[in-house]
Design a protein around this ligand. Sequence first.
Ligand code: BDR
Ligand code: CA
Length: 303
Amino acid sequence: MKPVILDVDTGIDDALAIAYALNSPELEVIGLTTCFGNGPIDYTTRNTLLILEQLERSVPVYIGADKPLSRPAKKFPTHVHGEDSLGNKAEKDPVMEAESVGAVDYIISEVKKRPHEITIIAVGPLTNLALAVQKEPEIASLVKEVVIMGGAVFVRGNVTPYSEANVITDPEAADCVFSSGLPVTIVGLDVTMQTLLPNSKLADWRALGTDVGHFFADMTSFYMQAYETFHPGIGGCALHDPLAVGVVIDPGFVKREKWNVKVILEGEETGRTVAYAEGETKIQVCTQVEAETFLNHFLNRLF
Ligand code: BDR
Ligand code: CA
């Protein structure tokens, strides 16, 4: 079992990623850290706790960043994730509560406690990770692996033609993480846009006749409707955050290339993730995905 910290900005596809991770025996999710992103930090933390309650699982949740490192927060993507950042399904408050330790201190202490053991999967803006490595640069050499969902290295973006949502939400944080020496695998739009969850699968979830099946189907239906408006006729939604989890469960789902990567921080191309070949690198960019194999694996594990 790989010990994993899952950093989330829950979010509909984050919720799918949490369920996939918690139902995969290869992973031991030791903590969930939250970040602003798909909504304000209060919402993303509440949604994370609500998803744990839906799944009837107890994992400690640590509250993280409420704003980008050095620029004002952008408008939250309510058109993609709903007014509550959970497809308008966050109808009650969770009973469970977050821990009193903050996400950044939790990440630092866990990595130092278990050198070369911890895998961090980060599927929101990279603010928590950037703050952790700024506060304790030593952790860069002590983390086993960092797998992020973010960026659009060789393909177009999803917020602007150049930028992907998690990176454009805090470009300085992403650039900081990429230049930190952390061993980062980038699961970007290059591969996630090939992982399509077809609309028809939601009927299977509802047919389970469980609360959690209905909850996840309703929530994901909101996301699919948003996808349909951006990509008419697409017939489903991309499994961005679940694929980052999948890559940790089974590295064979993707092919990777070694690149150095930097983030454009100014002008029209802000948020662009640029690959370049000079110098040493610990960054790997996922460039191909076994989409069908991954999708079936995800569907078999989700509930
Ligand atoms: C990423 O942005 C967020 O909206 C999703 O949760 C995912 O992490 C996709 O670009
Ligand atoms: Ca996310």
